[in-house]
Design a protein around this ligand. Structure first.
Ligand code: DC
Length: 229
């Protein structure tokens, strides 16, 4: 019988990490955790409380509020995944808006924010049987994960995916706005001092620019089997 492992998936925004992670979790009976949703929820909290407005960011107030921010994932069988609950309110839709996307990298730079979220993520994964996606999962959160995947795809491919997603949800955005946001977030995520996005030495890189979801899933399920044997 195979035992449960920890699967860490890192990579740039819109590389399809969450699609892959959700598929894996459902095939393997594992828990899926989208850590980007946690950084997004803290960003939304900061916006709701006026700590972020008109390009202004009151980091000190956010730092002081951190003990009062409670994040939970609630599994919704009808959706097949867990939604983000911020202080008892379902914020799954709000955290995906372009406004949150355009500020989240700045919030994710704060050491206190990262410390709080990394602790919570490690607690969620302590019994293994988890697929977690983000930027620092294989390097910081679970450096001992049995399987680490590092996903890449061209910026244009990723911007098109995010644009299609937003338009399908009824958001009125332009492709250029989304492309610029992708490029800007790539830069901030890879250049910040605290836990920048880097490929862990033992991570397996997958460029899925020209891969179907099915091909990608088959490839990774094979890697899971190898990691387990
Ligand atoms: O995966 P995403 O695009 O929803 O992530 C939103 C932002 O959160 C991303 O720009 C960087 C940040 N993030 C992070 O710094 N560390 C993580 N583990 C996950 C996300």
């Amino acid at each position: 019988m195979s035992s449960k492992i920890t699967i860490a998936i890192d990579g740039f925004s819109s590389t399809g990490k969450s699609t892959l992670a959700k598929q894996l979790a459902s095939q393997l009976g594992y828990v899926y955790v989208d850590t980007g949703a946690m950084y997004r929820a803290i960003t939304l909290f900061a916006m709701q409380n006026g700590y972020i407005a008109d390009g202004f960011f009151d980091k000190e107030s956010l730092r002081h509020s951190l003990p009062y921010i409670r994040l939970q994932f609630q599994f919704k069988p009808e959706l097949g995944f867990a939604v983000m609950i911020l202080n008892d309110v379902d914020v799954e839709k709000e955290i995906r808006s372009i406004e949150v996307s355009s500020f989240v990298s700045k919030v994710a730079e704060l050491a206190e924010v990262r410390q709080k979220l990394v602790e919570q993520q490690q607690e969620m994964g302590k019994n293994k049987g988890i697929v977690m996606d983000g930027r620092d999962i294989g390097t910081v959160v679970f450096p001992d994960a049995e399987l680490k995947i590092y996903m890449t795809a061209s910026a244009a491919t990723r911007a098109q995916r995010r644009y299609d997603e937003l338009v399908a949800k009824g958001d009125s955005v332009s492709y250029d706005e989304v492309f610029n946001n992708v490029v800007e977030r790539d830069y901030i995520d890879t250049h910040r001092d605290n836990s920048p996005l880097i490929k862990a030495a033992d991570a397996i890189e997958i460029d899925n620019s020209n891969m179907t979801r099915e091909e990608q899933l088959a490839l990774v399920l094979d890697l899971v089997q190898k990691a387990n044997s």
